[in-house]
Design a protein around this ligand. Structure first.
Ligand SMILES: CC(C)(COP(=O)(O)OP(=O)(O)OC[C@H]1O[C@@H](n2cnc3c(N)ncnc32)[C@H](O)[C@@H]1OP(=O)(O)O)[C@@H](O)C(=O)NCCC(=O)NCCS
Length: 178
């Protein structure tokens, strides 16, 4: 597992392809569950339940949509959560582009639009972990970083101060490789 991070910079726009918070498009929850499950298998009910936790106060599930030009199409998904003890950072996970649409630039669009959304909400840094996509993220400007603790959906029922009290981040700085 590798921790990576990226400072958020300039704005970016891509025609008809856009990201939308899933809680603003509940009609897409089932299609999104199938998309995420096509990569990471889980019961459909549990997946839908997790996606329905998307809310303005985090976690926020973002969906990448194309259209309505040629009919609306769900292209990708990413989830943003708060980071314990780091109020200007968000944790991005479950980044996925539909299998049929990979290699066409949508992964870049998904990440750049996710960054744009985070920036517009006042955040300055995105953090993530990855087993095997470090080259993809490095290509997009992410660098190795200290480990951080993803608050996930915990912030919906546990205050951040309490999470921080019980967090066990390493005291020494991790070595940086990039
Ligand atoms: C990772 C993933 C989101 C990338 O989406 P994608 O649509 O195929 O990626 P793109 O076509 O937008 O590629 C964007 C850029 O990254 C590069 N890239 C893509 N995959 C790469 C990889 N594995 N290593 C290095 N570079 C990579 C592309 O060459 C492209 O470069 P360019 O913009 O300079 O031309 C997609 O492959 C996916 O959904 N994988 C399965 C789920 C997954 O593993 N998610 C990551 C969890 S940590």
């Amino acid at each position: 597992m590798i921790a990576q991070t990226r400072m958020l910079e300039s704005a970016w726009c891509e025609g008809e392809v856009r990201v939308v918070p899933l809680h603003r498009r509940p009609d897409l929850v089932e299609a999104c569950a199938d998309l995420v499950n096509s990569e990471w298998q889980r019961s459909r009910g549990a997946r839908i339940h997790g996606l329905q936790k998307s809310c303005q106060d985090f976690p926020v599930c973002l969906v990448l949509i194309q259209g309505p030009g040629n009919g609306e199409q769900l292209l990708g998904h990413a989830r943003l959560s708060r980071v314990v003890g780091r109020s200007s950072s968000l944790f991005v996970e479950s980044v996925v582009v539909s299998k049929a649409q990979r290699g066409k630039g949508y992964g870049r669009v998904l990440m750049e639009e996710t960054e744009r959304y985070a920036r517009a909400r006042g955040f300055q840094r995105l953090c993530l972990t990855t087993h095997d996509k470090q080259h993809f993220y490095a290509h997009l400007g992410y660098v190795l970083s200290q480990p951080v603790q993803n608050a996930g959906a915990m912030t919906t029922f546990v205050p951040m101060e309490v999470l921080q009290k019980f967090s066990r981040l390493p005291k020494r700085r991790a070595r940086s490789y990039l």
